[in-house]
Design a protein. Structure first.
Length: 690
């Protein structure tokens, strides 16, 4: 048997799905009563009870849910005009309420205040109820019907009422059924839709208004997954979520923006997930969890806060996460994925179930925990998103006693996965997908909650911030993400995990674009922080070491300036320019030299000129022995410490010139009598000695 895979999780008047898809949850609406099946297999009803349609053994109406007597194992419930049907997990069908046309299927026309089993039916997988007739689908794809047959709604070729089920003729391989007031609908495994019964407004969709006692194909429809029927209009949902309607349209119940009757389907909406049809209005749930209605609205059944009829879909106010809908006559019911129940519209008999008989123009919630249909979906206190620090996520479930299982590896949790107590926390210390689902004995498991947590390293902060400065800056980098590394570049490129690692403040002495990113294993890289530093002003003049002065041998001079600056120098007496020789290593002077140096840097004004004259003077010659009075002749050695110097000397008391006698350094002059010895040394490029 083909199974419907859309999330159409309800069974109501005009729309009935396979109970294996429903997962133990059915909710339905009768003419002036409502009925629901709980996950524990019990059935509950509320509203008008004049014919025993609540099944509690009385004829007293109820404005809040009351349990149907003696029923267990119930998976689906539906309501007719004044009768109710329930499908058990064993494939049997049970009925109660009015029975004037044999709609209870027990072989009589006796009203029943408590459930009785429908005769001769087994292997049933879906049920539907019209105003005064009933329809069932067997697992073998055959359809069976009983009750009123004035308009051929039983589909057995005749118009005689039946108090026990008869097989609908000429149709097989059926996967879904529905029922309108006096017509019936079916979907075959090939995706075609079929209808039979009353057709005075074209509700059978075959292009005519001719009554049909046997099924006929609805025109131009394929790929159908579900059908529903109202008083005299029909609704079909394709497997791709497209919605079609046909039949009477006096109040805009077809939703096509007109009030024109249609005997063939017209397209209305897309992205639809669940459908239901009231007397003269239509209700759907969309795939985004919103509910939409249109048509007759005298009692607020549109749910938009007004009583104005609507010929185009309008969104039902205030409710979200809707997965199931039910509608009949003039009231509606919607159920969320977590079992929250809302109702609105006519409430003259308490059919809304809120404890009053006040009509409701917008949905009211039946809030009692005992009416929830499945385990509540776990909630996460920290929403999915991107964070720059580790997160502690509180996981909770509204269903008392439920066990929450969760995963962090992206796989849907099962009952063998880790558990977290409701209200306890899960630590998120790396980027991950947190999934949680809750289980409780006797109830369907919750929906899955999934949240993607992206942990991203916080963008580094640079201090001081970029800007224009007149001196070099020392830049500190920090990130609020603990244990993260910061890597940086100074060439304008985005940092990578292989870029320079920040370990200490960085000196920025020249105009620089500094970029930094944070990295941490298991986390997303931070965004790049970018700061541009413009270092400008007038540079400080270079300094020379040693200072200018007189030296008696060659001298090696080192120049220094601000970091990032280029020193340019001259030794010819001219002022340095940006094209002068660049200083790269210490300068050695062996002759007297005037050194001039300036500092240059892009974006800065050049420094003033540092000027210094390094005078290289030949060392004064020395005599050995020293001058004095001696009693014998002498050989006096004349020496200069300056290598390569030429010594000139005199013995007549006149100062030596370069034309006087020459003596090699270290050589001697004979002194045979009293004399005045004078010596002086010369060297090219150097100042003559004293």
């Amino acid at each position: 048997m083909k199974r419907i895979r859309l999330p159409l999780l309800l069974a109501v008047v005009g729309i009935t799905l396979l109970h294996t898809v429903v997962n133990g949850a059915g909710v339905g609406a009768g003419s002036s009563h409502s009925v629901a099946a709980k996950p524990d297999g019990t059935a509950w009803s509320w509203g008008l009870n004049s014919s025993g349609q609540l099944g509690d053994g009385t004829q007293v109406g109820e404005t809040t849910p009351t349990q149907v007597a003696g029923l267990t194992g119930i998976t689906v419930t539906v309501g007719g005009d004044s009768h109710t049907l329930a499908l058990k997990s064993d494939g049997t069908v049970w009925a109660w309420g009015t029975n004037s046309s044999g709609q209870l299927g027990d072989g009589t026309t006796t009203q029943r205040l408590s459930p009785v089993q429908v005769s001769s039916l087994s292997g049933i997988v879906a049920i539907a109820a019209g105003a005064n007739h009933s329809v069932a689908l067997k697992s073998d794809g055959t359809v069976w019907a009983w009750g009123e047959n004035t308009y051929g709604q039983l589909g057995n070729g005749g118009t005689t009422p039946q108090s026990t089920p008869v097989q609908v003729s000429t149709i097989s391989s059926v996967t879904a059924i529905g029922a309108g007031s006096s017509h019936s609908l079916a979907v075959k495994s090939d995706g075609t839709a079929w209808a039979w019964g009353r057709n005075n407004y074209g509700q059978l969709g075959d292009g005519t208004t001719t009554q049909r006692n046997d099924p006929v194909s609805v025109a131009n429809l394929t790929g159908i997954a579900a059908v529903a029927g109202g008083l005299a209009h029909s609704v079909a949902l394709k497997s791709d979520g497209t919605l079609y309607t046909w039949g009477v349209n006096t109040f805009g119940q077809l939703g096509d923006g007109t009030n024109t009757q249609q005997s063939s389907p017209v397209q209305v909406l897309t992205s639809v997930a669940a459908i239901a049809a009231g007397n003269s209005h239509t209700l759907v749930a969309k795939t985004d969890g919103t509910a939409w209605t249109w048509g007759y609205n005298d009692y607020g059944q549109i749910g938009d806060g007004t009583t104005a009829h609507r010929s185009s879909p309008v969104q039902v106010s205030t409710i979200t996460d809707v997965t199931r809908v039910a509608s009949f006559r003039h009231h509606d019911i919607a159920v969320s994925s977590t079992g929250i129940v809302w109702a609105w519209g006519l409430n003259d008999s308490g059919q809304i179930g809120d404890g009053t008989t006040i009509n409701r123009l917008t949905p009211v919630r039946i809030a009692e925990a005992s009416y929830d249909w499945k385990v509540g979906t776990p909630t996460f206190s920290v929403a999915a998103g991107t964070y720059t620090s580790s997160q502690t996520v509180t996981v909770a479930c509204a269903t008392s006693g439920a066990t929450i299982h969760y995963t962090t590896n992206g796989v849907d949790p099962t009952e063998t996965d880790a558990t977290v107590a409701s209200g306890s926390t899960v630590s998120v210390d790396s980027s991950l997908t947190l999934k949680a689902k809750a289980w409780k004995t006797g109830m369907p498991a919750s929906n899955l909650n999934s949240a993607v947590y992206t942990l991203q390293v916080a963008t580094p902060s640079l201090s001081p911030a970029g800007g224009t400065y007149t001196s070099a800056q020392t830049v500190t980098m920090t990130t609020s993400t603990s244990s993260a590394d910061i890597r940086y570049t100074t060439d304008g490129s985005d940092p990578a995990v292989t870029s320079a690692l920040y370990t200490a403040p960085i000196a920025v002495a020249a105009t620089t674009t500094l970029k930094a990113k944070g990295f941490r294993s298991g986390w997303d890289d931070s965004t790049a922080a970018t700061e541009s530093y413009v270092i400008t002003g007038t540079l400080t003049p270079p300094t020379a070491s040693p200072d200018a002065g007189t030296y008696f041998s060659s001298v090696t001079v080192s120049l220094s300036a601000a970091a990032g600056a280029t020193i340019r120098y001259t030794t010819d007496g001219s002022d340095p320019t940006s094209t002068s020789t660049a200083y790269t290593s210490p300068l050695s002077f062996t002759a007297t030299t005037t050194l001039k140096a300036r500092a240059f840097q892009t974006g800065w004004n050049p420094s003033s000129t540092t000027t210094g004259t390094y005078t290289i003077q030949v060392a004064t010659p020395t005599f050995s022995p020293a001058a004095g009075t001696y009693t014998s002749t002498l050989n006096v050695a004349i020496t200069t410490a300056t290598s390569g110097a030429t010594i000139h000397y005199t013995t007549n008391g006149v100062d030596p010139t370069e034309s006087d006698a020459v003596i090699a350094s270290g050589s001697t002059v004979f002194v045979g009598r009293s004399r005045t010895l004078k010596a002086r040394a010369w060297k090219s490029g150097a100042t003559t000695s004293d």
